[in-house]
Design a protein around this ligand. Structure first.
Ligand code: HEC
Ligand code: HEC
Ligand code: HEC
Ligand code: HEC
Length: 287
């Protein structure tokens, strides 16, 4: 099975270049790299799902063919090619010699760096940056209580996803300064832009924020998080962190409760992904 998957993926990569060349209009050169990547991802999913189905490969390959785009697979982090499985893969090959999956982020015994103080037996360096948060000076209608800086689970994600920390800085290792997400995987950076000395999160959905008091439930602006559920059945409340919306509320880092083929999202955003348009947003917002 494994060699079959590898063969499929090898075929995928070789032919992808041709497909991209054939279907890429020149105007793409003018749009952002991020937009281009999203289009490429979509194209990979459509072309490859279609092609694989035509060749009868979907049932033969245990790993969906869009695995290499970084999209979630929904079967758990131990699945090969799951975005945060750094035991193998192109990013894992650079940042992780340990051969383990969990160790990049968690460790059973601290290695004298005291990263456990971030909770969850955390083993990865966190960022020392300060951030401009989405805030009341930015929006007059924002009323939920928000932390002054990202905290809880969001702080853990930003230890890689703000692009400033070398991703191989875990365990006792002091990482190679060039192995930041900015250098290795720039398309996954959150808050790429800076506001003076701060990393600017004003263009990111509010994080480390509670639901506004008195605004949840019937006839209110927000659904009740204790009864609203994500696609895979968890309640929204179960994915809050100290009652707050964090990165991990919308995304499942372990790729276990995420919708396959999405950016590790807990509910699909489109019909193509198997959901309803903006289904993720409408899980919380009554609009
Ligand atoms: C140890 C570093 C690290 C940590 C910590 C981390 N990530 Fe990631 N994440 C990555 C890397 C590297 C990738 C890109 C993997 C790939 O595509 O090969 C990634 C990919 C992703 C993707 C998929 C991107 C896409 O294009 O579909 C999402 C979503 C994501 N991470 C969200 C999170 C969230 C949310 C957290 C915290 C709950 C988190 N990550 C914690 C390193 C990290
Ligand atoms: C890329 C970083 C990353 C990797 C790799 C990772 N985790 Fe996590 N883990 C997190 C983050 C961030 C949280 C907090 C957010 C959450 O729970 O959604 C977390 C939370 C947890 C929790 C507590 C909450 C829960 O979901 O039960 C456990 C237990 C856990 N991880 C176990 C593991 C194990 C076991 C592995 C390896 C098979 C692993 N993790 C790999 C980042 C990671
Ligand atoms: C887990 C629940 C949840 C999900 C999912 C969610 N939001 Fe939010 N959203 C919130 C909360 C809580 C706030 C803070 C509201 C406040 O404090 O007034 C917020 C704030 C916002 C704001 C700022 C409102 C203001 O007053 O400035 C916008 C805009 C927004 N969300 C749009 C979206 C969109 C678009 C999506 C889907 C991509 C989405 N949200 C998904 C819970 C959620
Ligand atoms: C309210 C829900 C929500 C929250 C909170 C949220 N995201 Fe996302 N994220 C999304 C959606 C939806 C996408 C899909 C791409 C898009 O719509 O732009 C996405 C895309 C991504 C991607 C893929 C690359 C990209 O930019 O398209 C990464 C990586 C990511 N998020 C990481 C994070 C991190 C890290 C945090 C916390 C700092 C976070 N997200 C907070 C909803 C959320």
């Amino acid at each position: 099975m494994n060699s079959q998957v590898r063969k499929v993926n090898g075929f995928h990569l070789a032919t992808l270049a041709l497909l991209c060349t054939a279907f890429t209009p020149p105007a793409w050169a003018l749009i952002t790299r991020k937009g281009q990547e999203m289009r490429e991802n979509r194209m990979r999913v459509n072309k490859w799902t279609g092609l694989a189905a035509a060749l009868g490969l979907l049932s033969a390959a245990s790993t969906p063919l869009w695995a290499e785009t970084g999209a979630g697979l929904g079967n758990g982090i131990a699945t090969a090619n799951s975005p945060h499985n750094f035991a193998t893969g192109s990013v894992g090959g650079i940042i992780n010699d340990s051969g383990e999956i969990c160790r990049v982020c968690h460790v059973p015994h601290d290695h004298a760096r005291q990263r456990y103080l971030n909770g969850l037996l955390w083993n990865h360096e966190v960022s020392s940056q300060s951030y401009s948060m989405y805030s009341n000076t930015w929006s007059k209608t924002l009323t939920g209580t928000q932390s002054a800086q990202p905290d809880g689970h969001s702080k853990l994600c930003l230890g890689c996803h703000d692009g400033t920390v070398a991703m191989d800085t875990f365990d006792k290792y002091v990482g190679d300064g060039s192995n930041t997400m900015r250098n290795l995987h720039g398309l996954s950076i959150i808050g790429w832009f800076t506001d003076g000395a701060n990393i600017d999160l004003r263009g990111t959905h509010p994080i480390s924020i509670a639901f506004p008091a008195g605004e949840t439930g019937d006839g209110k602006n927000f659904t009740d998080p204790t009864t609203a559920t994500w696609s895979r059945g968890q309640t929204v409340a179960a994915t809050l962190d100290n009652g707050k919306v964090q990165c991990s509320t919308c995304h499942d880092v372990h790729d276990q409760e995420s919708v396959p083929g999405t950016h590790l999202l807990r509910t699909a955003q489109t019909t193509v992904e198997g959901g309803v348009p903006s289904g993720l947003c409408l899980t919380c917002h009554v609009k």
